[in-house]
Design a protein around this ligand. Structure first.
Ligand SMILES: [Ca+2]
Ligand SMILES: [Ca+2]
Ligand SMILES: [Ca+2]
Length: 447
């Protein structure tokens, strides 16, 4: 799929979910052929209640037992605290789920689990006591749409494993929208299999796996897509932010189906959250790789319109990937290395792998492992001298500001081009929308 189609699809999803579904006060089973039924859950509700706005249920598990394709379950404000998993740990290295979403909607009619408008339901797993690996929410079903939920606190309760997980995905065609995932002892949102999943306008931050066998912080990424088999379909991350995670912002190691990341930001990854104490690997966008092994059938991934700054190791990193992924219109600022295209050839040698257009690298090391890449129209190719004056602002503050009403990223002047910058219209058409005579360099097109 071309980037423009992906943008169109993400916009379409936004448009669909932005259209208001009528919330009928005090009613349930209000049948509406188009919109399905509405149900309600509240922290002080009861699963033996009617599930109406006036008499809400207490648990997502009970809501799932009733909801069908096309229905929407609204979660009221407050904390949904979990202390034990659905099943028992068979051993200290077993895996258990606090919540399993295994009931599928249909492609046209997902099952929706949404925050009640203007409210913030918090799923807090910090009190979980299970002595093995924990998934906060395991999404094994298809066509499920989570929106507006905060997910936090999934612990590691022993030191016999790698990470626990916030949200684990093995289904297909699911949408994860406007979620705020943080302080997980492991990756915030982890796609393990399945395709056609869209992670939209979601944040994952300050995750840190302090009890991992391979070292503190080595496995807590903001977002991950791994192990998805070839042919399972593309997964997309759009409008997402990953910051101050112990390992990487976005990590696509060992995935056999293509991933697109667009309009997303990653910063301060590779440090213990809240500090500059070194932790895990520290890539903003770790795009592929198979543990430094050659793999036949490695997919090309796509990263567009994204920003990486202040990440410990690399901003954008090919991570020994066997084939060239596409990096178009991204901005790397003050990462260890902004664009490191270290790939691998069939003989296991380090070579450059990447197709790079319209990117900006500023401060930090611009690039490495470029021999073998296809690189044109990037700031380093054009021989232009970049200074702070090329940008409206180079501030690294405020990137975690609240999102707009529809979940869109905040509008900041940071790393947007100044009016007279030579980087405006200096790019080449890669199929992404642009203004003026030609695409600008970097993640933000000037009006
Ligand atoms: Ca790591
Ligand atoms: Ca990682
Ligand atoms: Ca332009």
């Amino acid at each position: 799929m071309r980037p423009t189609q992906i943008v169109a699809r993400a916009l379409l999803v936004t448009a669909v979910v932005a259209s208001p579904i009528a919330i009928v006060a005090g009613s349930t089973g209000v049948s509406n052929a188009q919109d399905g039924d509405a149900y309600y859950v509240a922290p002080d509700g009861s699963d033996s209640a009617a599930g109406t706005e006036a008499e809400p249920w207490a648990s997502i598990a009970h809501a799932q037992s009733v909801a069908e394709a096309g229905d929407t379950v609204y979660f009221r404000d407050g904390t949904y605290a979990y202390t034990e998993a659905e099943g028992n740990c068979g051993s200290q290295t077993d895996r258990v789920n606090a919540i399993t979403l295994d009931k599928s909607g249909s492609e046209d009619e997902p099952i929706n689990y949404w925050a009640y408008p203007e409210e913030t339901p918090v799923f807090d797993f910090s009190g979980m006591t299970d002595d093995c690996r924990i998934k906060g929410i395991s999404v094994t079903g298809d066509s499920i749409h989570l929106k507006g939920l905060e997910v936090t606190g999934v612990p590691q309760n022993n030191d016999q494993n790698a990470e626990s997980w916030g949200i684990w995905v093995s289904g297909s065609g699911n949408t994860f929208e406007q979620l705020d995932i943080h302080h997980i002892m492991g990756t915030g949102l982890f796609i393990d299999s399945g395709g056609g999943n869209l992670v939209l306008n979601t944040d994952s931050h300050e995750n840190f796996d302090e009890r991992s066998t391979d070292g503190p912080g080595e496995n807590a990424d903001g977002f991950g897509s791994h192990y998805t088999p070839a042919g399972s379909g593309e997964n997309v991350f759009s409008g997402c932010r990953a910051w101050w995670n112990g390992d990487d912002g976005f990590d696509l190691i060992s995935t056999y189906s293509p991933v697109t990341i667009e309009n997303s930001w990653a910063w301060l990854n590779g440090y213990e959250p809240g500090t500059t104490n070194s932790a895990g690997n520290g890539a903003g966008f770790k795009i592929g790789g198979f543990g430094a092994d050659w793999e036949d059938g490695a997919p090309a991934h796509t990263v567009t319109g994204s920003v990486a700054f202040d990440n410990k190791a690399q901003g954008f990193y090919a991570n020994h990937h066997p084939v060239a992924s596409e990096f178009f219109n991204n901005t790397g600022y003050n990462n260890g290395t902004n664009f490191s295209m270290r790939g691998i050839d069939e003989g296991g040698n380090a070579v450059g792998r990447g197709t790079l257009r319209n990117n900006i690298a500023y401060t930090g090391t611009a690039t490495d492992y470029m021999d073998g890449t296809d690189s044109e129209y990037n700031s380093w190719d054009l021989g232009v001298e970049i200074s702070d004056a090329d940008f409206q602002s180079v501030s690294t503050e405020g990137w975690d500001a609240p999102r707009g009403e529809d979940g869109n990223l905040p509008e900041l002047p940071h790393l947007r081009l100044a009016e007279d910058s030579a980087l405006i219209d200096a790019g080449t058409d890669v199929g992404l929308p642009y203004e003026g005579a030609a695409p600008d360099l970097g993640a933000f097109e000037s009006p």
